[in-house]
Write a protein that binds this ligand. Structure first.
Ligand code: NAG
Ligand code: NAG
Ligand code: NAG
Ligand code: NAG
Ligand code: NAG
Ligand code: NAG
Ligand code: NAG
Length: 779
């Protein structure tokens, strides 16, 4: 038996060019590939050999990218049978089967072929697609065996991700246990052929996420999957097979879709200039993607609060539980169906992710009228829709039984026709008319309340009713005559804006709706008075917890992590999703309010905009903000951008983790502020010392907190260009994407502040800087 590339490991790095010249892409029968040997595909895209993942010492036979500097393994043979030494040997026998042996000649892994091909002179070859194939040496079409049929956690280009009905082969992804351990982890993403085929992401055997059926353009549960310059995707569904696949649009681009150990199904692309993998797309988008979150006949809308509602014509099975956020029991019909002809009809609901199709039936050619008729004639049929949405729609899907796992989208949703009692549809249609005319009225007349009314609700703006002093004026608690509790913000009279402009601006801002923004209920503009009326948040603001000796214990790590993520989503919405593209300019712990379930709600958003008039995106002559949260370029040069909010967010993150304020921070060992302290600990590898003792116990996974600290430091970097934008921050918080190393933070040494004259003057003026609006002239 002969071995290939028998150079000792040490020499490989010294003589790599020599090796490349010598390298081959095939192994022939009776040859052995030993640990230290590799074969490399012709274009040098992929390499097959033995490796150790992450920090592990175990050895595995696998395939990795040859051109990617970070070891990125795309396929592993002996996932569950590691080698514990360097004795591994891969052999191809004359009958075409590949076998991996250890030093004691025990079989660790072997290939099994479902194909009936006569084997003559077999060879193994590693291809530039990353596919490892066994074939007859004269035939490069028909493979005896190929690794793409037995994927691990990676969905590579040209793989047929799905089922071959002829051989029964189902190709699916299984996560690794951890980056150090390729053995079978807890997550699978697999095509389920029942009803209309769908991919299901499962944790062990529990459904976690459903991409939904293919509708001709995309999976109904992945509205963000769109034609793009990187890869071309295709879904094939015939009697013989059903699969999803993609090809690279540009063969030099390196991209992969991976099922991570934590269950995130994500696509990355390799960026050579950065030498890192860039996150590209995630199958799951947000918590509405959690399978069946809202229960049967419930629908999830991430922009609503709460996110779950019953479909029209349905009511919560247990109304109290449902409104308290326990949606598991779902919804039931308000009017029961008797299945009498003529007494039932269908209500069209638009912009949906179609319900689970495991209990469905389909016909690819039936038209929608026929579809409706068939559904109406079968009492257990609960809904129907088009099978394919292209060209105005074609085909028919019928659902039987409960409708499960529905959500609403802003774009790329689908129409679903839901069976309801005719009487119910009439009521609903009247209701819809009423609602829509009411909506129009609302648009015309956004509630502008009487000053008298507000004064009454707040006991004449009494001191007892004062909740605090916000960035733009005092805030009062009020109770309207109807019993509703409100928070009233009385704005300082700094605006030069006219009343009409102010009203228009407020109307626009009131349209911003997101679960992590405080909801504006109305406003009051009279004479010199300008007030905003908000939903009252019973749990006050974040600073009253994290900086309080006792109450800080009420916030454990999972809660804090949720608050950080929610705040990031709210800020991302302001920056990127809202039509207005708002820069907050005064994000801080006291502007993050907490609702009854401790969900974070950003307040004071948009105020900088209403009060600042035309200063929307560039230089300002007045700096509005709070010391400790302001970025250097803003505080010193008056230059603000989305990235100055990112800076404030980073400060907030470090405060939430440490339970210490950035401003006024003191440490006996140095004179740094919190940012400087965090940076110092981080560079010394002692970042875990930053963690607040109050929640350390509740934190089962310290690495998660360290990651959040790392993200916080990325946000407070000196140069705005280095700071990530909020969509990247949200991704970093919710995925395991690789993080760059942070550079030195801005203002990490508080004495820097004093370099600027104006700063020192203002420091004297504002003795209580922690909750002050600072309006100062820059140098
Ligand atoms: C491989 O080994 C077998 C058994 O020793 C022998 O019959 C066969 O000819 C060999 N094949 C090649 C390609 O060397
Ligand atoms: C092929 O040969 C190997 C080793 O000789 C043997 O273990 C295996 O069972 C054979 N496979 C088939 C399909 O005959
Ligand atoms: C997989 O799930 C089991 C059961 O929930 C759990 O005990 C185990 O720790 C999980 N393994 C990993 C690697 O997450
Ligand atoms: C209704 O459809 C279900 C599911 O396809 C089927 O089992 C049942 O026989 C149908 N009932 C009638 C009355 O056609
Ligand atoms: C938050 O407010 C709700 C409703 O007032 C209350 O029941 C809950 O105890 C508060 N949570 C904390 C942590 O104070
Ligand atoms: C802000 O002012 C600085 C200094 O005057 C100038 O360099 C910069 O281009 C200005 N930025 C914008 C967006 O106007
Ligand atoms: C955020 O940053 C990423 C990476 O730099 C970039 O690709 C993306 O376009 C940015 N998003 C916005 C909305 O600016």
């Amino acid at each position: 038996m002969e071995a290939i590339n028998v150079l000792p490991l040490l020499l490989i790095s010294l003589f790599s060019t020599f090796l490349v010249a010598q390298s081959t892409d095939i192994i022939t029968a009776n040859q052995t590939l030993k640990d230290g040997d590799t074969i490399v595909s012709r274009g040098e895209n992929f390499e097959l050999g033995f490796f150790s993942p992450g920090g592990s010492r175990n050895r595995y036979l696998g395939i990795w990218y040859k051109k990617v500097s970070l070891q990125t393994v795309v396929w592993v043979a002996n996932r569950d049978s590691p080698l514990h030494d360097l004795s591994g040997a891969l052999k191809l026998s004359v009958n075409g089967s590949l076998s991996l042996f250890n030093g004691k000649n025990s079989l660790l892994w072997s290939s099994t072929s479902l194909k009936k091909i006569r084997v003559r002179n077999p060879i193994v070859q590693i291809l530039d697609s990353g596919n490892l194939v066994v074939r007859n040496s004269g035939d490069d079409q028909d493979y005896i065996w190929q690794s793409l049929d037995y994927p691990g956690d990676m969905f590579l280009p040209e793989m047929k991700y799905g089922i071959d009905f002829v051989t029964g082969l189902n190709r699916f992804l299984t996560s690794w246990r951890s980056p150090d351990d390729p053995s079978i982890g807890n997550y699978t993403n697999k095509m389920d052929p029942n009803g209309v085929p769908q991919f299901f992401l499962k944790r062990n055997s529990v459904d976690v996420f459903r991409a939904g059926p293919w509708n001709g353009l995309r999976f109904t549960g992945m509205p963000h999957l769109k034609p793009n310059p990187i890869y071309r995707y295709e879904f094939v569904f015939t009697e013989k097979e059903v699969y999803y696949t993609y090809k690279l649009a540009n063969p030099s681009v390196i991209t992969r879709m991976q099922l991570n150990p934590n269950g995130a199904l994500q696509r990355y692309t390799w960026v050579d200039s950065l030498q890192s993998w860039n996150f590209y797309l995630s199958a799951q988008m947000d918590s509405c993607d959690q399978y069946k979150l809202c229960g049967s006949y419930g629908s999830c809308n991430i922009n609503e609060s709460p996110a779950c509602r019953c479909l029209k014509g349905f009511v919560a099975k247990f109304p109290e539980a449902y409104s308290a956020g326990d949606w598991s029991e779902g919804c039931v019909r308000r009017v029961k169906l008797e299945c009498h002809r003529g007494e039932e009809d269908f209500l069209k609901i638009s912009k949906l992710k179609l319900p689970d199709t495991r209990a469905s039936w389909y016909d690819k050619s039936m038209d929608l009228n026929e579809c409706k008729r068939v559904c109406l004639n079968n009492c257990s049929c609960s809904a129907y829709s088009h099978f394919d949405v292209r060209d105005g729609g074609s085909g028919c899907i019928l659902w039987f039984g409960d409708l499960i796992d529905i959500r609403e989208y802003n774009e790329n949703g689908q129409d679903l026709y839901v069976r309801l009692a005719s009487s119910e549809i009439e009521t609903l249609q009247r209701g819809i008319d009423r609602v829509s005319s009411k909506k129009e009225e609302e648009d015309l007349e956004f509630p502008f309340l009487d000053l008298d009314l507000i004064a009454e609700a707040t006991n004449g703006f009494s001191d007892e009713n004062k909740l605090g002093q916000g960035g733009f004026g005092p805030v009062y608690k009020g109770t309207l005559a109807c019993g509703q509790e409100i928070a009233v913000k009385r704005l300082s009279r700094t605006s030069k804006q006219g009343i009409e402009e102010f009203k228009n601006e407020i109307k626009l801002i009131a349209k911003l709706q997101h679960r992590n923004l405080v909801k504006i209920l109305g406003s009051c503009v009279e004479d010199d008075e300008r007030m905003l009326i908000y939903e009252y948040q019973p749990n006050k603001s974040l600073d009253s917890f994290i900086f309080d000796k006792e109450r800080r214990r009420e916030l454990d790590w999972p809660k804090r992590a949720e608050i950080i993520k929610g705040t990031a989503r709210g800020l991302m919405y302001l920056h990127e999703d809202s039509r207005l593209r708002i820069i907050h300019r005064d994000l801080k712990a006291s502007n993050v309010l907490l609702d009854s379930e401790m969900n974070p709600k950003i307040s004071d958003f948009g105020l900088a905009r209403t009060l600042g008039g035309d200063e929307t995106e560039a230089n300002t002559t007045k700096v509005v903000g709070t010391y400790g949260y302001m970025s250097p370029e803003y505080q010193i040069d008056g230059y603000f951008s989305l990235k100055s909010d990112v800076f404030s967010f980073g400060v907030l993150v470090l405060e939430i983790v440490s339970g210490r304020r950035n401003r006024g921070f003191c440490n006996q060992e140095h004179k740094l502020n919190l940012l400087g302290h965090a940076w110092r600990l981080y560079t010394e590898g002692k970042a875990c010392e930053l963690i607040d003792e109050a929640f350390k116990e509740s934190c089962t996974d310290v690495s998660e907190v360290l990651r959040v600290i790392h993200i916080g430091l990325l946000c407070v970097q000196q140069d705005p260009k280095d700071r990530p934008n909020m969509s990247v921050v949200v991704l970093m918080l919710s995925s395991e994407m690789l993080l760059l190393d942070p550079k030195e933070p801005g203002f990490f040494n508080e004495r820097n502040l004093l370099f600027s004259d104006t700063m020192s003057i203002n420091l004297e003026i504002h003795t209580n800087n922690l909750q002050t609006v600072s309006v100062i002239e820059p140098r």
